[in-house]
Design a protein. Structure first.
Length: 300
C-alpha cells in the first residue's frame, strides 16, 4: 500500500502483516516491510516502535514496552544511523539491524537521497541473538560487504517483500527462514567476507570433539590457534562461552554418554577411550556432571 510519510516518495511501498497467533510464539515473524525511496528530509527519531500492531504482540521488554527489530538494507544513496550516540554513515550495500524497543535515530543527509528495503519483525529468539550481534549497542551495522553477502541480505529481504508486492500468500514459516539467514550474516559480523572468513574456532571445536581420546590440554589447543595460553583461555571463553577445560570435559562426557548407551565397552575401556587417565577420574567427572555414576546411567 501507499503511505504518506515525510521524506518518502509516492512510488514507495509499505505492507503490514499480522502473523498467526501460534507462529508469533514460535518463529521470527514479520510485522511490516517496505521499499522506500527517501529524499533529504527523511528522518526517523523515535523512543520505540512496535511495527504498527502493538496490541497483538507477544513480546515486551523488561519495562513491559512493546517494540520490534528493524533490518534495513541501503540499495542506493547515502544516509546515517546512530549507534548509541555515535553517528555511522550508511552507503550503498550497507545494512543495519536495529533494536526498536529503545530510542533510535536514522535518516538521510541534507542534499542526499537513499533507497532502502526493510522489514520490522520480532520473535522469541531475537533478543538473545541481537545481544550477541550488537554487543551492548542499540544496532549492528554491516559495511564493506562482499558481493555474495550483499546478495544474501538483499535477496532474502526482497523474498519477503516480493510476496506482498505480488499479492501472493504470505508464509510465516518461509519468512522465518529468510530472517534467520539474514541474522546469520549479522552474526558473522563485519570482519571478513563470509566465504573467506577464518573458521578457526569452529575448526578447533571440531578437532576437540573428534579427538576426545587425547588429553587436550589448553596449552596444546592454544598452540593450534597460534595464541599464548593465557590469551587463548580468555578468547575461548569470550567466543565459545565455556572455559577450555569445561568444553573439553563436556565433549568427553558427551562421547561417554553415547558409548554407555550404545556400546558393550567396559567402564574402564570407555574411560580410556574418552581420554581420562583412570577409571576413577572418569567416574568422578561423570558423576559430578551428570549426577549419577556411569554404571547406574548405563543400567537405567
Amino acid at each position: 500500500m501507499k503511505l504518506i510519510e515525510k521524506g518518502v516518495s509516492p512510488e514507495s511501498n509499505i505492507y503490514f502483516h499480522i502473523p498467526k497467533e501460534y507462529n508469533l510464539k514460535v518463529f521470527l515473524t514479520l510485522k511490516s516491510c517496505g521499499y522506500y525511496f527517501c529524499d533529504s528530509s527523511y528522518n526517523v527519531a523515535r523512543d520505540k516502535f512496535s511495527g504498527y500492531f502493538p496490541r497483538i504482540d507477544t513480546f515486551t521488554d523488561k519495562e513491559g514496552h512493546y517494540g520490534s527489530y528493524l533490518c534495513l538494507f541501503v540499495i542506493n544513496g547515502k544516509g546515517y544511523i546512530y549507534q548509541n550516540d555515535r553517528r555511522i554513515i550508511l552507503n550503498k550495500n550497507d545494512a543495519f539491524l536495529l533494536d526498536c524497543y529503545h530510542p533510535h535515530v536514522y535518516g538521510t543527509f541534507s542534499g542526499s537521497t537513499m533507497d532502502t528495503i526493510w522489514v520490522h519483525f520480532d520473535g522469541p529468539m531475537i533478543r538473545g541473538c541481537f545481544n550477541q550481534i550488537a554487543k551492548n549497542t542499540n544496532c549492528s551495522v554491516l559495511k564493506s560487504l562482499s558481493t555474495s553477502r550483499v546478495q544474501t541480505i538483499y535477496n532474502n529481504l526482497f523474498n519477503i517483500y516480493d510476496k506482498f508486492n505480488k499479492k501472493e500468500g504470505v508464509n510465516d514459516i518461509l519468512n522465518n527462514k529468510y530472517l534467520v539467514i539474514i541474522l546469520t550474516e549479522f552474526l558473522n559480523g563485519n570482519s571478513q567476507p563470509l566465504e573467506t572468513k577464518s573458521n578457526s574456532w569452529d575448526d578447533l571445536l571440531t578437532y576437540i570433539t573428534e579427538n576426545v581420546q587425547k588429553p587436550l590440554k589448553p596449552k596444546e589447543l592454544a598452540e593450534r590457534m597460534a595464541l599464548s595460553p593465557y590469551y587463548f583461555i580468555r578468547q575461548f571463553k569470550k567466543n565459545i562461552g565455556y572455559t577450555p577445560y569445561r568444553y573439553v570435559l563436556l565433549a568427553k562426557i558427551g562421547t561417554a554418554n553415547h558409548l554407555l548407551r550404545h556400546s558393550s565397552l567396559s567402564i574402564k575401556e570407555i574411560a580410556y577411550t574418552c581420554g581420562f587417565s583412570s577409571e576413577g577420574s572418569f567416574c568422578n567427572a561423570f558423576k559430578n556432571l551428570i549426577g549419577v555414576w556411569p554404571m547406574d546411567y548405563r543400567t537405567k
